[in-house]
Ligand binder design. Structure first.
Ligand code: TXA
Ligand code: MG
Length: 371
């Protein structure tokens, strides 16, 4: 059932985030709508979410319809009180320790589910993904609705996740009851997902909360091996990680130096990107280039759409700008897009995970073959 032509109400809360009372008042109608089985898109600190009552299977089904998302892909359940972990799942000590350390915040914890969580919400799995977001609008909405809120990112399936209300309006206007506008989000990439239901806690999706940060709280943590070998036929434990997510419509390629430590390697990357872009433009294609502010001016004149993605020396700005940048290439109808890569640990690892997925793992290396 695809519903269109719903009269979507847009509620602007950008001016009342520090005023709890005003925020609650502004969100009252949307909260009642959630409670009644409606769909409400709302800001979180990571990306915008598309919420529905997680225990109402009919409401959860509407999320899949609005997103055009395969229904074997489970939803994250958002809560506003840490103790609700026990209502939805069977938390162990590690789950409590992580919730204590990082909630409210950009961490999703996977637990064995309790019976009250319908399989329609977990994509048929016996585990449930739970997160307590820190965004005041998200918390107000969950608390006032009195329901647990299942919420995937509020984009059409396959498109980059929304980091501004405008992105949600692009994808969801006419399909859902409410869009809450909280301005641009802070982090810009989705929460870290950790599965603590097995022997060794496993990161299923990297994010702002890094492996190191998790290990400081609960000791050994591993990364789902399927994330490291995306080209081989491994099955990622988070079903959503197998889809060509986050992708712009044009073909994105990442360009990087084989030996980053060598002087001039950045120059070689810039030369290569300009060369590739010039070639495609000569063939009549519309070409996009994505680069950090440090090297952006070097690409002037080589692209139809030249888009800045934050600053390389401040990786959090790259995370924050990534999805908006990818959407700009769609708006420009770019056929081919070239981007510098952002290898590294921590947040860079999460950024590269998204970029590599958006690029379908296409990486062009420049420099000599290693000896
Ligand atoms: O930051 C976020 O997590 C955002 C905001 C809105 O909270 N939400 C989000 O949801 O990114 P979504 O649906 O786009 O991504 C959820 C991911 C999918 O890859 C899904 O497969 C995985 O979580 N997931 C959910 N439940 C799972 C489970 N029980 N076991 C394994 N993976 C699960
Ligand atoms: Mg998503």
């Amino acid at each position: 059932m695809i519903e269109e032509n719903i009269d979507t109400k847009i509620v602007d809360v950008t001016t009342c985030e520090n005023d709890r009372e005003m925020l609650d008042r502004s969100l009252y109608g949307a909260a009642q709508c959630l409670r009644a089985g409606g769909l409400v898109a709302f800001p979180t600190e990571t990306v915008y979410g598309l919420g529905a009552d997680a225990l109402n299977e009919t409401a959860a089904k509407r999320i899949y319809a609005a997103k055009g998302r395969p229904s074997d892909n489970p939803l994250i359940v958002h809560i506003a009180e840490v103790q609700d972990l026990e209502v939805l799942g069977y938390p162990n000590e590690k789950a409590y320790a992580l919730a204590q350390a990082f909630w409210p915040g950009p961490l999703t914890i996977i637990l064995p589910k309790k019976d009250i969580v319908p399989h329609g919400t977990t994509g048929g799995l016996d585990t449930v993904a739970i997160r307590m977001p820190s965004h005041p609008a998200a918390l107000s909405l969950i608390r006032q609705s009195g329901v647990y809120v299942a919420a995937p990112s509020a984009n059409t399936s396959g498109r980059p996740s929304p980091t501004k209300a405008e992105h949600v309006i692009e994808d969801m206007n006419g399909k859902i009851e409410y869009i809450i506008d909280g301005g641009p989000v802070g982090i810009g990439i989705e929460s870290t997902i950790i599965d603590v239901s097995g022997d060794v806690p496993t990161i299923l999706r990297p994010g702002f909360i890094t492996k190191k940060m998790l290990e400081q709280i609960i000791g050994e943590v591993i990364i789902d091996p399927a994330l490291e070998k995306p080209m081989e036929n491994c099955h990622p434990k988070a079903p959503g990680m197998k889809y060509t997510h986050y992708a712009p419509k044009g073909q994105l390629s990442l360009v990087e130096a084989r030996h980053v430590e060598e002087d001039g390697s950045q120059q070689a990357v810039i030369r290569k990107i300009c060369e590739l872009a010039d070639e495609k433009r000569a063939e009549g294609y519309t070409v996009g280039i994505m680069a950090p502010e440090e090297t952006l001016p070097c690409y002037e004149g080589h692209a139809d759409a030249l888009v800045c993605v934050g600053a390389r020396h401040e990786r959090n700005t790259v995370a924050a700008g990534l999805y908006a940048a990818l959407r700009e290439f769609d708006a420009a109808n770019a056929d081919y897009i070239y981007a510098e890569s952002f290898r590294g640990d921590g947040l860079s690892y999460a950024i590269m995970n998204r970029l590599l997925k958006a690029a379908g793992q296409r990486v062009i290396q420049v420099g000599d073959d290693p000896v």
